[in-house]
Design a protein around this ligand. Structure first.
Ligand SMILES: NC(=O)c1ccc[n+]([C@@H]2O[C@H](COP(=O)([O-])OP(=O)(O)OC[C@H]3O[C@@H](n4cnc5c(N)ncnc54)[C@H](O)[C@@H]3O)[C@@H](O)[C@H]2O)c1
Ligand SMILES: O=P(O)(O)OC[C@H](O)CO
Length: 333
């Protein structure tokens, strides 16, 4: 069944996911912030800044006019960086079609409010939470744009909305599952970016596989602790939104978060690293909010704490490792 889908945000993931949606048989309108980006997609079928060499299908129609993108959309996909979502929603609000389902692709926690992206949507648009779903899992945009097989998870409170969105984006190479645990799905996606920064730092410092595996495992443990405090289903963290995404992000050189951490680990100063990475590394903007959320629920997140020291307070990765390892010994759980 063909659906009319608006994808708002033409960075790596918005563009790659537009192709998934087009391959699944939908009518897709992709909104780009810059008219030059929309024009480039229309004329060359490429978004060279984000996905060089990928030829987008004709069914992806690019525009820089949000009203045009949203006109008649049954599904609205939100693909802008987390820290910009609220302001963008305010600008799009007059043109959002009544009754559309929202699917958030962003993996972050809002600074200041410490809200998850689905909460930002329900709060700022006053829509029912049943209409807001999230897509997450091990989904490196470049691989998906190359149509390499991947699984994903749609976190949706409403089973029917989840199933409908699953149908909308299932293709021969993209296999979405559903999960009613929206909280766990979103936390898994947001916290793995913070842990990937830590793993990247370890890689940049030349630390070995034991260090990386320990960070991934203890990173998952602290994600699950936060999840438990916020009412998430613990099993979600053993799935695609938790372990799956953590492994893909922490071990792939394609990950912007891991690459960001790697540069810091090699000794590149924070400001220089920010200037070098032109794409979104959500963990940098979300680490502090994750830590605030954890502290407000009495949850210990020692890896996140050290990442915040590095990306917010200017500590060196070496100091962060020393502080992490010097903590008192304790039971694993
Ligand atoms: N790239 C991936 O592999 C991938 C996979 C899964 C999820 N995600 C998540 O998707 C979200 C979007 O990331 P991305 O990878 O597409 O980022 P990106 O850096 O590749 O692109 C960001 C896009 O947002 C636009 N943008 C930046 N500031 C904006 C603003 N103020 N208003 C409107 N648009 C703005 C940029 O022009 C660009 O088109 C992030 O939360 C990311 O964690 C990314
Ligand atoms: O490139 P990153 O670090 O934003 O990670 C991309 C995706 O979230 C991986 O699932």
């Amino acid at each position: 069944m063909t659906s009319s889908v608006a994808v708002l945000g033409a960075g790596s993931w918005g563009t790659a996911f537009s192709q998934v949606l087009a391959d699944a048989g939908n009518d897709v309108r992709l909104w780009a912030r810059r008219s030059s980006a929309a024009e480039e997609i229309r004329s060359s079928r490429q978004n060279a800044a984000y996905l060089p060499g990928i030829h987008l299908p004709e069914a992806v129609r690019a525009t820089a006019d949000a009203r045009e993108a949203l006109d008649g959309a049954e599904v609205v996909v939100l693909a802008v960086p987390s820290q910009t979502l609220r302001a963008n929603l305010a600008a799009w609000a007059p043109d959002l079609p009544a009754g559309a389902a929202f699917l958030s692709l962003a993996k972050g926690i809002e600074s200041g409010s410490c809200l998850r992206m689905s909460e930002v949507v329900t709060q700022s648009l006053a829509v029912a939470e049943e209409r807001v779903a999230v897509l997450t899992g091990p989904n490196l945009a470049r691989e998906i744009a190359e149509r390499q097989p991947a699984a994903a998870v749609i976190g949706a409170r409403d089973e029917e909305v989840g199933r409908r969105l699953q149908e909308v984006c299932a293709t021969a190479y993209f296999r979405p599952y559903t999960n009613p645990d929206v909280v766990g799905c979103e936390l898994g996606g947001a916290v793995k970016n913070v842990i990937a920064l830590a793993v990247g730092m370890a890689v940049g410092m030349g630390l070995g596989d034991n260090a990386k595996a320990s960070l991934v495992t203890r990173g998952l443990a602290e994600t699950a602790r936060l999840g438990a405090a916020l009412g998430a289903d613990p099993l979600t963290f053993a799935g695609l939104a938790g372990l799956g995404d953590l492994v893909a992000t922490c071990f792939s050189p394609l990950s912007r978060n891991r690459s960001f951490g790697e540069r810091l680990g090699r000794g590149v100063p924070l400001e220089e690293t920010k200037a070098l990475i032109h794409q979104t590394a959500e963990g940098v903007g979300s680490a502090e909010s994750v830590l605030e959320l954890a502290r407000s629920h009495g949850v210990d997140m020692p890896i996140t704490e050290q990442v915040v020291r590095v990306v917010r307070e200017g500590a060196s990765p070496r100091e962060a490792v020393e502080a992490f390892m010097a903590r008192s010994t304790k039971p694993e759980r």
